[in-house]
Design a protein around this ligand. Sequence first.
Ligand code: IRN
Ligand code: FE2
Length: 549
Amino acid sequence: MTTLENRGTDFQPTVTTGPITGSRKVYHQTESGLRVPARRVDLSNGEHFDVYDTSGPYTDPEAGIDVHKGLHPLRAGWTDGREHNTQLGWAKAGVITREMEFIAARERVDPEFVRAEVARGRAVIPANRRHPESEPMIIGKNFLVKVNANMGNSAVWSSVEEEVEKMVWATRWGADTIMDLSTGKRIHETREWIIRNSPVPVGTVPIYQALEKVDGEPEKLSWEIYRDTVIEQCEQGVDYMTVHAGVLLRYVPLTANRTTGIVSRGGSIMAAWCLAHHQESFLYTHFSELCEILRSYDVTFSLGDGLRPGSIADANDRAQFAELETLGELTHIAREHDVQVMIEGPGHVPMHKIKENVELEEKLCGEAPFYTLGPLATDIAPAYDHITSAIGAAQIGWYGTAMLCYVTPKEHLGLPNRDDVKTGVITYKIAAHSADLAKGHPYAQEWDDELSKARFEFRWNDQFNLALDPDTARSFHDETLPAEPAKTAHFCSMCGPKFCSMRITQDVRKYAEEHGLTSVEAIEAGMREKAEEFEAHGNQVYLPVVDKA
Ligand code: IRN
Ligand code: FE2
């Protein structure tokens, strides 16, 4: 299938391996013997807690990672006899695939539920048959909210080695999928290294590579060049592809009076092509042919939002929603071909305009999973756009968006480095998990409860180890109280020993127990004592000012 030559032999990536601090890799065995990974935190009280794990074999010390060989092809053989159908096709036929069984165990739901959600197009399983190294995962509003991390080189910067490590690093911290958005040199080799080593589905935007093939001049693009690029990427194992097929010729003028015009790279390429040829987009006119190509590999469409708003001023405008209508039309065509579809969404949207996006997407696109970039809830904080966008992302996730495309602190400013990737992923895990909680996901709160208990009982190490980012939590604590006894102390340096509210609460409970009272009675009794003291001192709130003159 793939040889090292395909990847280029002169690259020497080194990647981060080993367990996350305070956790270890475990596998849950399904009925038919599939091994589903989890991150297990062993707690100091003898209990343990398992967390959804995206990190793949890299956090398993037994796995024997060799990036030159690529990951073990976990799903090799799973597809035997299934070559000519897709997850959607099987789901419609009533078949529960092994991918669905794996996902059911991972999400702790019934396999039949997974099948039913895929069959009605409300969830997708991006799993190209040619990417057998990936662990099956699902994107849909009735499952855990997922996070995608973008990476990839540009003409200006970044190397293959760095991109491979960013992929491993992003999945270590919780990225459910990654997208290789490379536009610079050696796009094919970069992607090959990433896919062969990626434990999560990999997405791309094929128009970027097609544009490289015509020296960066959009008008020179053609359906044939694009089609060949798509086939090349399908062959390599790309699991889902962004296709900006909703940017129609007649929609381009709708962006003329916008504050920020067209901000989507793919969208602007297609708009330029349409204008140069004064023809309808070849992505739109050849859409059925494209469906047939994607179907034969079971690659999932991510229908691009080429006309998404790039500023608060442009949110929810006619151009954006006109494109969404076309994406709805294309969703139905793809489904007739048994091709899985998700829909990309904005962008920049103020909080009060977010809900409408989800409602309209669900209505127009038959509840196809929504996959949004943030949205940024305000434009005023470059360098903090992971935060401006996580505010929108948490909210849109709550309303039903199935996957959140991360934004890093470098958004609008430059290419993210490894640190930015981690910051982006952790920030988005917070947004996604907050949405899971608000949606009432049956297991989401268990994690919060475990951590809260550890916090309240001053089990500091458990608190760190249960955190999304144990290393940073521990290092912040140790900055002021590095000594080992502080790991069981009933206070931290924020309030000190006297003002710790959690310690005081525990004292109240202890007082209550000793005096045979409920804690409410104990507080009342304590308050009464204090009130009497206060009265005895003449009911004075402020002490008399002492005249120093
Ligand atoms: C996600 C939602 N809306 C856009 N995205 C992501 O933006 C998409 O998945 C891909 O990673 C990137 C495409 O950007 P352009 O080409 O639309 O700018
Ligand atoms: Fe932006």
